[in-house]
Design a protein around this ligand. Structure first.
Ligand code: SF4
Length: 424
């Protein structure tokens, strides 16, 4: 008997005007700018902001409980959102596909299955990917849209970086967040006027953003623990995935540093070059990757230069970060966050964030290997590194996670006191 291939509803070009694309939440500043970039490119979009226990409950209801926790949360957030609205016939759901060997490439099928079971099987699902998957989609990654998304990512990374650099030291509560949101709004307005995307506009805006954060009133008189956050991309960036980890760290009087999205995108691009050189296929993809790397590196340089005349130490060039995993993990280790996770931990230690939280979702074998698996080696190279792996899954309690983080912070504070004593 021949097996039937199920036809799923498609997002076609004519739906752009009539349908709203729902997008899972992740990085708040970036997502707000991506939303605007898509809006001005002719798509109606809405970032989902629903959280709470119902998200996990819905995820557990429709996704097998040994599936990666990020998939469970993303699918749970979609179903929970759909349960609270009535415009189902005017919706499209967007999910990303990495295109690599990791299970993230297949979440789309899990989502479609969950929608079927929940009675929403008629809602089209659209994939955002750069791997030529789901080719018949009405969402087209045109050069113009890619340029806007790249600009949004550049602004998002710089705003997030400077927000994290200042929020724990502000003398006026909420001033760093207000400034960050003002910039998101201002850049969004520029996108609406077809501005803010060119190289020249980026240079001006990035310099102005850095200058404005530099002018914030900060109290830098006391040393506080500096904590870096690494891990699987969703639980690293999504407050829904990591139980608002960044807010918790700030409430504990720590400075937080979360490496930007540039690292992950450049990591994926370098991986496709590695594949081509190592396995001899994908020559056109390799050329495309080289071009995008060149394009992004020019903008990365603008971000780094924008901080030249400020009190902030800029982020490192990715070409430097990339080399830091050498001798620890091969660049062939590229499932999940692969060698990037190791390289980011090494970079954080190098720039003074030697207290590190490695966020690990349930079901994520690659990141356990490239995160937890390399901690011993990193500690042998940097004995002062204070690294803790925190697991995130439906049954892990927030209290337990926070207690483990508090223990890590206690060690960090002891180190600060020791160093201050040494200075006397
Ligand atoms: S990186 Fe981890 S959590 Fe993400 S798809 Fe792969 S195994 Fe799952």
């Amino acid at each position: 008997m021949e097996s039937e291939v199920k036809e799923y509803p498609k997002f076609v070009a004519s739906m752009r005007k009539t349908h709203t694309i729902l997008i899972p939440s992740m990085l708040p500043f970036h997502m707000a700018l991506f939303e605007k970039a898509l809006l001005v490119s002719g798509y109606n979009v809405e970032i989902m902001r629903n959280e709470g226990p119902d998200v996990v409950t819905e995820g557990l209801k429709y996704v097998h409980n040994d599936t990666c926790y990020p998939a469970l949360l993303v699918i749970g957030q979609f179903i929970d959102n759909l349960n609270h609205r009535t415009d189902h016939d005017k919706l499209v759901l967007l999910i990303t596909q990495t295109g690599g060997g990791c299970r993230a490439s297949n979440y789309i099928h899990l989502l479609r299955k969950a929608l079927d079971k929940a009675g929403y099987g008629f809602i089209p699902v659209v994939s955002l990917n750069a791997s030529n998957l789901e080719k018949d989609s009405g969402l087209k990654l045109t050069y113009s849209l890619i340029k806007k998304i790249a600009a949004a990512m550049t602004y998002g990374d710089e705003i997030m970086y400077l927000f994290n650099k200042t929020r724990s030291y502000e003398t006026e509560a909420g001033s760093a967040k207000k400034l960050a949101l003002d910039w998101v709004e201002k850049i969004g307005e520029q996108f609406g006027k077809k501005k803010g995307v060119s190289y020249r506009a980026l240079r001006k805006n990035l310099n102005d953003i850095a200058k404005s954060f530099n002018a914030l009133s900060l109290d830098l008189s006391h040393a506080i623990p500096k904590v870096g956050v690494v891990g699987e991309i969703y639980v690293k960036y999504a407050a829904l995935g990591n139980n608002h980890l960044e807010d918790f760290l700030v409430s504990e009087h720590a400075e937080v540093m979360v490496p930007g999205l540039y690292g992950f995108i450049l990591y994926c691009l370098y991986n496709s070059i590695y594949d081509s050189e190592f396995y001899g296929h994908g020559k056109i993809k390799k050329l495309g990757s080289k071009f995008i790397i060149w394009y992004l590196r020019r903008r990365e340089k603008l971000m780094i230069h924008s901080m030249k005349h400020t009190k902030f130490t800029p982020m490192k060039y990715f070409s430097h970060t990339k080399d830091l995993s050498e001798g620890i993990l091969s660049h062939g280790t590229k499932m999940g966050e692969g060698w990037l996770l190791t390289a980011e931990m090494m970079e954080l230690v190098e720039i003074g964030y030697d207290n590190i939280i490695c966020t690990q979702p349930f079901g994520c074998l690659p990141n356990h290997i490239c995160g937890k698996g390399v901690m011993k080696k990193i500690k042998s190279l940097h004995p002062d590194a204070n690294i803790v792996a925190i697991d995130y899954d439906p049954s892990a309690t927030k209290v337990n996670q926070e207690n483990r983080i508090k223990l890590m912070l206690a060690i960090a504070r002891e180190k600060i006191e020791e160093n201050e004593d040494a200075k006397l």
